[in-house]
Unconditional design. Structure first.
Ligand code: NAD
Length: 476
């Protein structure tokens, strides 16, 4: 079978200058599913120039017209949910039911930003001493967007929709591991009313294509989602050119179950927070803390439910967990399991290959950790791997939650409003969920404390990132 070729999209055209494409490996069989043409610095330059040209007109397109275009793109995504989901499953390994939901949510993101773009009137202050101040928010210009492999369509759409809604043009560099759904998105954008050059895409590895993008003088703002180490590189490059940058990075979120929680609700929610998206989620509740008085009962139920997760072919609609993204990632996760065993953790379940001869499958892993200070509790493992730690008091739980370099999210399962309120105040995390997992309200900014990054995305966060304030003071 002829493999699809992944190219750059520049000014509405598919462009592949590199003649030595690299394979994109599908995690279900461990075999190539596409060939990717890597964009070099010259090609990145063409994309930035195309975005700059397009911005001269796009910045003056009315908000109402931009809203109509974003809504139409949402319609087109909804009409293509099946193919977008299939392409994403093929490269990422996330079960098809979940990638379909992701594609649907991506469409919702374009609708959200279409609405949100119209809700921000400019400000005016009248001063008694005879002058008036106008504060306008203007688009920043050409924005560089870099996204990771673990939810390509959704995370890239959050950036593209926010950038366009506020009058910017963009160059997207998606992950080289999962480019297919975004290639389809570019085809949809080309067929939409959005003018050529407003959205451009370059493909390739981080050290080649990503580096060329973040170092390009024509980029006015960088919005990056990915790992913490890469985030540091991106911020350093942005600092050289004094460009604003927002970084949405890793997490190791505490998932705290109090004895007074609704047991079944906490069990369902904890499992979902831990293992949704194959456990490959920045906001995964991968550090489970259980109050000691219910630990035996909760753990027994949690282990049973974890063992019952249907791991297998991600194209099968009945599958609940697919393979992890790559052989290297699987090896890294298993190295953490080995390390856990050698540092006094008890393996509660998992670590096998789900009975699959090919592909990068893993039975979801849970280990009981004697201390939150161990590397398995401190490092982001980013897969179907949770640690369980026990606690006695509320204060102890909040202290363990905060004993982390990350601060992206936290989960509280409790029947006590006071505990929830105290947790909300005590825990250093950008988002806390109480008795519900992973719901997103796009009006609220999303981002992290500490090593989870700088800045906020969605809603006001994107408004601030993708616009600049301009004050004009007029005398009477
Ligand atoms: P990664 O940092 O390896 O790569 C992310 C993107 O950066 C990719 O497109 C990659 O090609 C690019 N890149 C790599 N090196 C680069 C460089 N030197 N210059 C410019 N670009 C470069 O991350 P990943 O493995 O793709 O994704 C997993 C990570 O992303 C996890 O740490 C996860 O927590 C994080 N993440 C965070 C959020 C959030 O909202 N906070 C959401 C999803 C994923």
């Amino acid at each position: 079978m002829q493999l699809p070729h992944v190219t750059s999209f520049i000014g509405g055209l598919s462009i592949a200058r590199g003649d030595d494409p690299m394979p994109v490996i599908g995690p279900a069989a461990g075999e190539p599913v596409a060939m990717l043409h890597q964009a070099d610095a010259g090609e990145v330059g063409l994309a930035v120039a195309s975005a700059r040209d397009a911005w001269q007109n796009w910045r003056n397109v009315s908000v109402a017209a931009r809203q109509t275009m974003l809504r139409r793109l949402a319609d087109m995504i909804e009409a293509n949910l099946d193919i977008l989901a299939e392409l994403e499953t093929r490269t990422m390994g996330l079960p098809i039911r979940q990638t379909r939901m992701m594609a649907d949510r991506a469409a919702g993101i374009y609708r959200f930003f279409a609405e949100f773009a119209g809700q921000h009137p400019e400000e005016m202050y009248r001063q008694e001493r005879g002058y008036t101040t106008l504060v306008a928010r203007e688009p920043v210009g050409v924005v560089g967007l870099i996204s990771p492999w673990n939810a390509p369509l959704l995370l890239s759409s959050m950036k593209i929709a926010g950038a366009l809604a506020f009058g910017n043009t963009c160059v997207l560099k998606p992950s080289e591991q999962t480019p297919l759904s975004l290639q389809r998105l570019m085809e949809l954008i080309t067929a939409s009313d959005i003018p050529p050059g407003v959205v451009n895409m370059v493909n390739g590895t981080g050290p080649v294509t990503g580096k060329a993008l973040i170092e390009h003088a024509g980029i006015d703002v960088i919005s990056f989602t990915g790992g913490t180490a890469t985030g540091r590189t991106v911020m350093a490059a942005a600092a050289q050119r004094l460009r604003p940058v927002a970084t949405e990075l890793g997490g190791k979120s505490a998932n705290i179950v109090f004895a007074d929680a609704d047991f079944e609700r906490a069990l369902d929610g904890t499992l979902f927070a831990a293992f949704a998206n194959n456990g490959e989620a920045c906001l995964a509740g991968s550090r489970i803390l259980i109050q000691r008085s219910i630990a035996d009962r909760f753990l027994a139920a949690f282990i049973d439910r974890t063992k019952a997760i249907r791991v297998g072919d991600p194209m099968n609609p009945a599958t609940e967990m697919g393979p992890v993204i790559s052989a290297a990632h699987k090896a890294r996760i298993l190295a953490y399991l080995d390390q856990a065993q050698h540092s006094g953790c008890k393996v509660l379940t998992g670590g096998g290959d789900a009975g699959q001869a090919k592909g990068f499958y893993l039975d979801p892993i849970a280990v009981l950790a004697p201390s939150n200070r161990l590397p398995v509790c401190q490092d982001e493992i980013f897969g179907p791997f949770v640690t369980v730690t026990l606690f006695d008091t509320e204060d102890e739980a909040f202290a363990i939650a905060n004993d982390s370099p990350f601060g992206l999210a936290s989960y509280l399962w409790t029947g006590n409003l006071g505990t929830a309120m105290r947790g909300m105040r005590a825990i250093r995390a950008g988002t806390t969920w109480v008795n519900t997992p992973l719901l997103r309200d796009l009006r609220a900014g999303f981002g992290g404390f500490g090593d989870s990054g700088v800045g906020r995305e969605s809603g006001r966060g994107s408004l601030q990132m993708f616009t600049q304030e301009k004050a004009t003071i007029i005398g009477d």
